[in-house]
Design a protein around this ligand. Structure first.
Ligand SMILES: [Zn+2]
Length: 502
């Protein structure tokens, strides 16, 4: 397996900004690949490039089965589409999923993709649908793995990048097992792999975002960190920040066109029906030049093209926003903002709690800021890391006064929501001292509870030290929990200047 086709330049959470090297040039990731159907005259590939696409995806099976086959063989894929940017080619797996059958053999479609000069080649994998029985998943897996092995043989030593789709339905164990198998094949050949996570479209279409998050994280637990990952079929901008934060580098979108043809308008917060929009919230050329009413009065085909352009603008804008958030290490803040667009996204993101160790491995140690945006911020590795570090710093006195960070009383230790205790000398440092959050009286109870638990652990570890706690009523829970744990070295005194109770 070769790794020089993907270089990571910036990281945050599990996300990365990188450079993907293909035979037709370097693509900045995360990248969105708009889907182009060579048989349907819609927005021209050259126009899509102008809108911001650095890479496209098309379907080699459609070309192979049509009169375009000879032109593609003769002139090559890039001349056929009229662009010089990298192009990924799908193999017909989608058709297999929708129609249950395709009239092509794996080796046939692979050699065709090679012949026409595809930059990223996909074997004919079998997309196992959601909620499949284990038996079916294993059966499909066996065939797909065999086809991926065949692909590795055909592309051994080639310059084309080769996709190794990872299926496994909605079964976390099977996703992981599939990723293990695929990894083994790659290691045996001189190939430049990318790893698409397959069959997520039916999950995205039905808002089963939790299953998507679990699928990604199971796969990421197995794959080498340096490998590019493609969330196959994810084309809605509302997913980009989350999927990137979980470690996906490539997306593809047929949605921009499909939605447009159905009069649907994309935003990072979801999809709107054109008939229900009074004014466009976006400033792209389409939304600046036309009002919703003007678009509605247009002929359908023209309207669909304009809506598709808007959908692409808003998608590329979000990709740039995500890349910038990675560079500034504020991807957690961006994601925690985006997940508030839909309750199922919120639910999905909370799945990361089960993958704390994995996220801890990837997420950078030092960032320039910590903005608390809600209880999801408590799941960031920065908090756990800080707590672990603090526990190893012994107190330097027999008796310590513990106060609120912003109290008028002088303390030896401060209590801060989220983090627990802060030593005066750490008050200027990341994360506990740096963090911006609502004041103690207005922050979520869970942030207080998290902090109290940290404090109690500390007091438990240093049992011979007396902690005299002088904090506002907001921290009342300390007394109760300390008694429950039998911690006699904590004495709670009411803070005299208790402003928060007024
Ligand atoms: Zn717009």
């Amino acid at each position: 397996m070769r790794k020089d086709h993907f270089e990571v330049t910036h990281r945050d959470v599990l996300g990365r900004v990188g450079k993907l090297r293909t035979p037709h040039g370097v693509v900045q990731t995360p990248a969105l690949m708009p889907v182009v159907n060579p048989n349907i005259e819609f927005i021209k590939p050259s126009e899509i490039k102008k809108l911001g696409a650095e890479i496209l995806i098309t379907n080699s099976y459609i070309i192979y089965r049509s009169k375009l086959r000879e032109i593609a063989k003769d002139k090559g894929l890039h001349k056929l589409l009229g662009v010089d940017i990298p192009i990924m080619t799908d193999s017909g797996s989608y058709q297999l999923m929708v129609y249950g059958d395709v009239e092509v053999k794996n080796s046939e479609i692979l050699n065709f993709q090679k012949e026409i000069g595809s930059d990223i080649v996909v074997p004919l994998d079998i997309p196992t649908p959601p909620d499949a029985e284990e038996e079916l998943i294993l059966e499909d897996m066996k065939i797909t793995i065999e086809r991926e092995r065949e692909a590795a043989e055909i592309f051994n030593g080639c310059e084309n990048l080769l996709a190794f789709p990872i299926q496994g339905s909605t079964n976390p164990k099977m996703r992981r097992m599939f990723a293990e198998e695929v990894k083994k094949i790659c290691e045996l050949y001189d190939v430049k792999p990318i790893f698409p996570i397959g069959a997520v479209v039916p999950l995205l279409d039905t808002y089963r975002f939790s299953d998507v998050v679990t699928s990604i994280l199971e796969v990421k637990s197995v794959l080498p960190p340096s490998c590019p990952v493609h969330l196959f079929g994810a084309g809605h901008p509302m997913m980009f920040s989350i999927a990137t934060a979980l470690g996906c580098d490539l997306f593809d979108s047929a949605a921009y066109a499909l939605y447009a043809k159905d009069d649907r308008y994309m935003t990072v917060r979801g999809t709107e029906k054109l008939e229900e929009i009074n004014e466009f919230p976006c400033s792209c050329p389409v939304c600046s030049d036309y009002t919703p009413r003007e678009l509605r009065s247009m002929e359908k085909k023209e309207r669909a093209k304009l809506l598709a352009k808007h959908n692409l603008y808003v998608s590329f804008q979000e990709v740039r926003t995500v890349r910038q958030a990675i560079r500034s290490k504020t991807l957690f803040e961006l994601v925690e903002n985006r997940i508030r667009a839909h309750p199922y996204l919120l639910e999905a993101w909370r799945q990361i709690r089960k993958y704390g160790k994995l996220i801890e491995t990837y997420d950078p140690n030092i960032k320039s800021r910590f903005f608390y945006t809600g209880i999801e911020s408590l799941m960031r590795p920065a908090i756990q890391r800080y707590m672990n570090k603090i526990l190893d710093i012994p107190p330097d006195k027999e008796e310590l006064v513990v106060t609120d960070m912003y109290s008028n009383l002088k303390g030896d230790l401060y209590l801060r929501p989220c983090f627990g205790i802060v030593f005066p000398e750490l008050i200027e440092s990341y994360p506990a001292g740096h963090a911006e959050m609502p004041e103690d009286g207005l922050i979520d109870d869970m942030a207080i509870k998290t902090a109290v638990n940290c404090f109690l652990k500390y007091a438990e570890k240093y049992k011979n030290i007396k902690f005299i706690v002088k904090v506002s009523n907001r921290w009342n829970i300390i007394k109760e929990l300390a008694e429950k744990r039998g911690l006699k070295n904590i004495v709670v005194e009411r803070e005299s200047n208790d402003e928060l109770q007024h």
